[in-house]
Design a protein around this ligand. Structure first.
Ligand code: GLU
Length: 472
């Protein structure tokens, strides 16, 4: 993939905000304040290589909005990282958090490297140095700005960040809340790794359950038998595919940067992922046809197309050829504004990124709350609830003379643990946000769910500024 120098994700996001602003009664000065990035920190730092040479790396952290604090958003390691990309991704975080009602401003960070070209020791040094740069400028902290994983980073990098922050702030009792997406042993939370994919699943499930919307697309409601194509089988793509297959959808193609795979009968996602992990690609996988030019898979016939890799994938160049009825944006910014105009004319339903991939930050929020309270969800009430329901079941048995099976008892009396509560909170968030956004779309008589999502977000952010007394 070659970076398109003309394209700016930040400009694209601003254009989408402007479209939505025409439906909102908002002071133009306030709109500008919302749109612009509040703080942009760009820095360079050296990496000393084992052979004694140095490489100077470029790092970023952008806090798009401070209307709520801390600011929140992932850290990306990719050679495509530049100022425009990080600004665009930070802006998307602001609108995403506002849409799903998570009390954060938006932020994003990154280092412009291809992480596959560095070994683990080098990645650790890069991450720790990146973190100390943020600490020295007060660009990180549980009340200031809280990073998380993004493209090219994972719980491993988050553990290094938390450890570095703690070393510089040994007396800060909330230090572990300086970053989310940490490993479980490092004060992470159950369900964070799969959260974005599970959120994608909940979002698509809600969308395909609305009969009048499916009628317009000529589709039946429900996921059973729906054909799906996914771009990117990383953490988000893999988990989305897994939950969708479990619900009866058929994954007929998966596209990766180094080739794709198709199978009209449906791919076994677990087997495919295991093969990819071992072989670093799909070439040679037996239960499917390998396709060298994976981008061509995006234009195959299917019900749902899920771009789950990077931004700028469906553009003015290929939008006309897209045959999917629904595009579910698991990645950030995969469909450009130009492409969206073309797709809307073709009556494609686009589930926008700011909504669909909000599961990650939602569960990050739960992790941060857990870190601040220093107790895991369910710990206090799990046994109490179980005992209460056991007593209730006993009373029912006594009163009716019937008895419950062990299986029924287990199902009814089981107290909720951390994972149950995290998944319940995530489902609640995704379900409510979808129907709110879709309701606004219908009330205002607009076609684009993205515009409706931005309307909801803009109104919430504007109220926050107005109630601070900063704008009329
Ligand atoms: N990187 C993820 C996103 O783009 C998660 C951010 C977070 O958890 O703070 O939404």
């Amino acid at each position: 993939m070659v970076k398109n120098q003309e394209y700016s994700l930040f400009d694209d996001v601003c254009e989408a905000v402007d479209n939505a602003a025409s439906y909102v009664d908002i002071h133009p000065g306030l709109l500008d304040q919302i749109k612009f990035c509040n703080s942009v920190y760009k820095f360079n730092f050296p990496l000393k290589k084992e052979d004694g040479t140095y490489e100077v790396l470029e790092g970023y952290r952008v806090q798009h909005s401070h209307h709520k604090l801390p600011a929140k958003g992932g850290i990306r390691y990719s050679s495509y990282v530049d100022e425009e990309e990080v600004k665009g991704l930070a802006a998307l975080m602001t609108y995403k958090c506002a849409l799903v009602n998570i009390p954060y401003g938006g932020a994003k960070g990154g280092v412009s490297i291809d992480p596959s070209k560095y070994d683990v020791n080098q990645l650790e040094r890069i991450t720790r140095r990146y973190t100390s740069e943020l600490i020295s400028k007060k660009f990180i902290g549980p009340a200031i700005d809280v990073p998380a994983p993004d493209y090219g980073t994972s719980s491993r990098e988050m553990a290094w960040i938390a450890d570095t922050y703690q070393a510089f702030n040994p007396e800060a009792i909330n230090a572990k809340g300086c970053v989310t997406g940490k490993p479980l042993s490092q004060h992470g939370i159950r369900g964070r790794t799969e959260a974005t994919g599970l959120g994608v699943f909940f979002g698509i499930r809600e969308a395909v359950d609305v009969k009048e919307d499916m009628d317009e697309l000529g589709l039946k409601t429900g996921l059973e038998g729906k054909t799906v194509i996914i771009q990117g089988l990383g953490n988000v793509g893999y988990h989305s595919a897994k939950y969708l297959s479990q619900a009866g959808a058929k994954i007929i193609a998966v596209a990766e940067w180094n080739g794709g795979i198709t199978n009209e009968e449906g791919l076994d996602i677990e087997a495919l992922k295991a093969y990819q992990n071992q072989n670093k690609g799909f070439k040679g996988y037996e239960n499917g046809a390998f396709v060298e030019n994976s981008k061509s898979l995006l234009t195959l016939e299917c019900d749902i197309l899920i771009p789950a890799a990077l931004e700028n994938q469906i553009t003015g160049d290929n939008a006309e050829d897209i045959k999917a009825k629904i595009i579910a944006e698991a990645a950030n910014g995969p469909v450009t504004q130009e492409a969206e105009r073309i797709l809307l004319k073709k009556n494609v339903l686009i589930l926008p990124d700011m909504y669909l991939n909000a599961g990650g930050v939602t569960v990050s929020y739960f992790e941060w709350l857990k870190n601040l309270s220093r107790v895991s969800f369910g710990k206090l009430e799990k046994r109490y609830d179980r005992r209460k329901y056991e007593n209730l079941l006993d009373s029912i048995e006594k009163a009716t003379g019937n008895s419950f099976t062990q299986e029924q008892r287990e199902l009814i009396a089981r107290g909720a643990d951390e994972r149950d509560l995290v998944n319940s909170g995530l489902e609640e968030t995704m379900v409510n946000a979808y129907h709110h956004m879709n309701g606004v779309r219908k009330d205002k008589g607009i076609q684009s769910l993205r515009t409706a999502g931005f309307i909801v977000a803009l109104e919430r952010i504007a109220i926050s500024y107005m109630e601070l007394g900063i704008f009329p």
